[in-house]
Design a binder for this molecule. Structure first.
Ligand SMILES: Nc1nc2c(ncn2[C@@H]2O[C@H](COP(=O)(O)OP(=O)(O)OP(=O)(O)O)[C@@H](O)[C@H]2O)c(=O)[nH]1
Ligand SMILES: [Zn+2]
Length: 357
């Protein structure tokens, strides 16, 4: 039934539990916080997250996310996910609700399609943030610019050139879900066993592209989708779809913002390999590329071989990363002190109770 996961299950084979009733499965949908759907090569099952796993999770991203490989206990009335197996990768973004926290989008992904579209809403800076976020997670990224049917060829070429100038060598495809233009170029990604995650703002045509890739209507688009009466569509959960040809698609709801989640500076360099190459030629090993003599990065900005906006985006990200690291360290210290305080209080109470007995 779900033979598309065969290669992934093969890769995790050594972790398959021997105990009867324990199964290895992949998370295909996260409905509520602890209500999940799992798939195995032969079946699909509903599950809940075991209490112990919920309690041991230090952060929300430690809990199962769509795409995760998990171990589940199917002996009881309800199948319970007891462990999240080591992830090959995880796509994260900065949480929009909780400062200093990451939000998990999907795990064990082969390629992320960052979708945007031609038209007045196109925003280069936003596209840059999406690409940064994906690359900073060490995941391969491809840009699809949809609705190519709405513009002239010359306009398409101009925009592609501008993006390449700024983002370097990211693969870009101008496509149209409506006419099928450029869809052939996606064949290389759409091979059996691959997991493709679609991200992009609402209305860029993610669902339409999934359908075009599938060659049939596997998803409702905004044309024919049900609305919940509050102006939102009802398919807000992340979900996995299985396309003919053994391709797994993880579709995400349209997101207004996709801020990169970056915990240390080495991740910044993952997203700026062009800049790092230049940095290797700076005179000083600890060059900050802001004022030093012999800085190859500044020289490249001066002679315009490095885009000034890209340079600024880099500096901003490095600064944000340092600030975030500092704040996380401070928060860690406060939390540790609080824990110490409450455990010594508990100990004192325990001793006092013992003394009374
Ligand atoms: N002209 C044109 N319109 C398109 C194309 N692809 C999608 N659309 C239209 O764009 C609108 C949004 O398409 P959807 O596929 O629902 O977009 P989505 O990104 O899935 O939206 P969310 O689910 O809200 O994130 C619909 O009216 C589509 O008909 C295309 O290639 N060309
Ligand atoms: Zn430098």
């Amino acid at each position: 039934m779900h033979s598309e996961h065969a290669s992934l299950f093969a890769a995790y084979h050594h972790l398959e539990p021997a105990e009867p009733g324990m199964v290895m499965a992949r998370v295909s949908c996260v409905m509520a916080k602890n209500l999940l759907t799992l798939v195995r090569p032969d079946t699909e099952l509903d599950a809940v997250v075991a209490g112990a796993l919920q309690h041991s999770a230090r952060e929300a991203i430690d809990l199962p996310v769509v795409g995760d490989m998990v171990l589940a206990d199917s002996r009881g009335e309800k199948t319970m996910v007891v462990e999240v197996l080591p992830r090959r990768n995880i796509l994260l973004r900065k949480s929009v609700v909780k400062d200093l926290q990451a939000q998990a989008i999907a795990a064990n992904v082969d390629v992320v399609f960052v979708i945007t579209c031609f038209g007045p809403d196109f925003n280069l800076r936003r596209l840059e943030r999406y690409v940064l976020a994906v690359r900073a997670c060490g995941i391969e990224c491809t840009i699809l610019i949809n609705k190519a049917d709405l513009v002239e060829s010359a306009e398409i070429d101009e925009l592609l050139e501008e993006i390449r100038g700024i983002l370097g060598n990211v693969p870009i495809h101008a496509v149209s879900a409506h006419t099928g233009r450029g869809m052939d170029g996606l064949g290389a990604y759409a091979t059996s066993g691959q997991t493709i995650c679609f991200i992009g703002s609402s209305g860029v045509g993610k669902s339409s592209l999934v359908n075009a890739l599938a060659g049939e209507e596997v998803m409702a688009t905004s044309h024919n989708r049900h609305w919940d009466g509050k102006g939102r569509h009802t398919t807000t959960m992340r979900q996995m779809l299985f396309l003919p040809g053994g391709i797994t698609v993880i579709d995400t709801p349209g997101m207004r913002e996709f801020a990169p989640w970056i915990m240390d500076e080495s991740q910044v360099s993952l997203a700026f390999d062009d800049l790092e190459e230049l940095a290797a030629q700076c005179r000083f090993g600890d060059c900050t590329h802001t004022a030093e003599p012999g800085c190859a990065v500044l020289a490249a900005v001066d002679d315009e071989t490095l885009d000034a906006n890209r340079y600024e985006a880099y500096l901003k990200l490095v600064e944000q990363t340092r600030e975030l690291q500092q704040r996380r360290t401070l928060r860690g210290i406060t939390e540790r002190k609080q824990r110490e305080k409450s455990s010594s209080k508990a100990l004192r109470k325990h001793l006092a109770d013992k003394g009374r007995r």
